[in-house]
Design a protein around this ligand. Structure first.
Ligand SMILES: [Zn+2]
Length: 190
């Protein structure tokens, strides 16, 4: 199209003034209200909500996950098309899985539920497993902090900015006040 215009307007001062896309530009976003299983324990709920905010922070709000803890056997049919977080027993070492928009968190006490929630929510955003050994998105991750490798995997699908410097190994995750906070409906222990 540009070539045609250039030929048609040869001799005229045609300039494309559209902004140049930069590599670090975020080109996509994913926003889900996730229905969470009321059977999930308070610590799992807290870890899941923290993980939602962590992905929201590194993606500058382009991954916006909000969990509503209202999924029960009686609401399952009603929400079956929506993203879901389900807590269930799995034989160790299985701690979590994501199939489509259904995230399962294992309840085995040997599992690190924060690491599991971060990893599975990464899949829910569309990020695949990566090889970097310390990354959250490594298949065997027990990491509760998103690393530069995770952010690069997120950037590869346009949801995160690329880490600015190649020597950055860890991204500090701050809670972004712009991400809506879902108030828990259970008492928090101090
Ligand atoms: Zn995985």
């Amino acid at each position: 199209m540009r070539a045609l215009i250039a030929i048609a307007l040869a001799g005229c001062a045609y300039e494309d003034t559209r902004p140049v896309a930069h590599a670090e530009e975020i080109t996509a976003s994913v926003s889900y209200t996730i229905h969470g299983d009321t059977a999930c324990a308070p610590n799992v709920r807290a870890d899941t909500e923290t993980s939602c905010r962590d992905w929201g922070t590194v993606s500058r709000g382009h991954i916006a996950f909000r969990v509503v803890w209202d999924l029960t056997a009686s609401t399952l049919l009603q929400y079956s098309e929506a993203p879901l977080i389900v807590c269930r027993q799995m034989p160790y070492p299985y701690c979590g899985s994501t199939s489509g928009t259904v995230v399962e968190i294992g309840t085995n006490p040997r599992c690190n539920t924060h690491a599991t929630a971060l990893h599975e929510l990464g899949h829910l955003a569309g990020i695949h497993d990566i090889d970097a050994p310390d990354a959250v998105m490594n298949v065997n991750s027990i990491t509760t902090r998103l690393t530069a490798a995770d952010v690069r995997a997120c950037a590869a699908i346009g949801l995160c900015p690329r880490p600015g410097r190649p020597d950055v190994t860890t991204v500090t995750v701050e809670i972004d006040p712009a991400i809506p906070r879902v108030e828990p409906d259970y008492p928090r222990t101090p």
